[in-house]
Design a protein around this ligand. Structure first.
Ligand code: SF4
Length: 319
């Protein structure tokens, strides 16, 4: 099973390949802002937000996007059609916590997104503490006929790190929410970050073992980045946050992939905050150079996703 899931050129199961397999054409994600806020900012869980969260995007009382989601979708789809030749789209409710609203508002937004004939599904970014059973029932209903993915931010499985970075939730809350999502026909993506102050590579790699045990369909991973105006940027200036090197990140990301079952698709492997607002790290690499630094390291090692797992087939395409 596993070998056919891995893209032989990349040496891992890329989400792009997964989407092409599932929908039979090029599918792109189109970001929309549904006007949500976040319980880690509005006082329900916290007020300051996660220490790396971009304060420039904070707007007390909740963001109110000026454009309708239909207009945002049209613009995003036109961009991806022109740039990548994409034929179908997944509408990604990305900004802040996209289940943090009354269920009727969620129903209105999600069904409007799914009404477009070129939209095959929706992806919903949220926090482990913000998925009510009503919202989950709504998504379960939609998932009976459409692709629905919940993108759950975990970032770290270490509660001490979660406290340190002001996430406002625990590993147990993530696990409880994963348990409620399981078996509902909904895809689950988990967001992870590597490079927190005091984090060790060994500690980070335990996250791959955790992902392997859970019904996780895809992951997003990126290096911790300090953005202008964030608490993390202050820690960087005071010397309390020392960014990891590119070499360390690439090596840890490859270790992570080697421990991750091939059934889990890779949605993201690096962060690319705009250089104008990124304080650190500055690795001076373009997006495709970041991507290929990991692919090339796997090639240099002669390994691939799941390489270190017992029972993973030893021949993957032309590897
Ligand atoms: S959960 Fe997301 S939106 Fe909320 S404070 Fe953290 S990073 Fe920002």
């Amino acid at each position: 099973m596993s070998d056919s899931l891995i893209n032989p050129d990349l040496r891992f199961n890329s989400y792009g390949t997964y989407l092409r397999r599932r929908f039979g054409c090029r599918v792109s994600k189109v970001n929309v802002d549904g006007g949500f806020t976040c319980p880690n900012r509005d006082g329900a869980r916290g007020t300051g937000g996660c220490i790396y969260c971009d304060n420039a995007s904070f707007s007390p009382g909740g963001t109110v996007p000026e454009k309708t989601i239909e207009l945002q979708m049209d613009e995003g789809m036109a961009y991806h059609r022109h740039r990548l030749g994409s034929e179908k789209f997944i509408v990604y409710f990305q900004k802040f916590t996209n289940t943090y609203a009354p269920v009727e508002r969620l129903r209105d937004l999600y069904t409007r997104a799914l009404a477009h004939p070129d939209v095959v599904g929706i992806s919903i970014g949220t926090r482990p503490d913000s998925l009510s059973n009503q919202a989950l029932d709504l998504l379960t209903d939609l998932a009976k006929s459409r692709y629905v993915c919940i993108e759950l931010g975990l970032q770290s499985m270490d509660d001490a790190i979660l406290r340190q970075i002001g996430r406002g939730h625990t590993l147990d809350e993530y696990l409880e929410t994963v348990g409620r999502i399981e078996g509902r026909g909904i895809d689950l993506c988990t967001h992870l970050i590597y490079g927190f102050p005091g984090e060790t590579r060994e500690g980070f790699l335990r996250t791959a073992d955790l992902m392997a045990k859970l019904p996780v369909n895809s992951v997003k991973l990126h290096q911790l980045q300090a953005i202008r105006g964030t608490k993390l940027a202050e820690l960087y200036y005071s010397g309390e946050f020392i960014p990891i090197s590119h070499r360390e990140y690439v090596s840890a990301a490859c270790d992570f992939l080697e421990l991750l079952p091939p059934r889990i698709a890779i949605q993201r492997l690096y962060g690319s905050a705009p250089i104008a607002i990124r304080i650190a790290p500055h690795w001076d690499l373009k997006n495709n150079q970041m991507w290929y630094s990991i692919v090339n390291e796997l090639k240099r090692r002669g390994t691939w996703q799941g390489f270190r797992l017992a029972g993973t087939p030893c021949r993957v395409g032309n590897l």
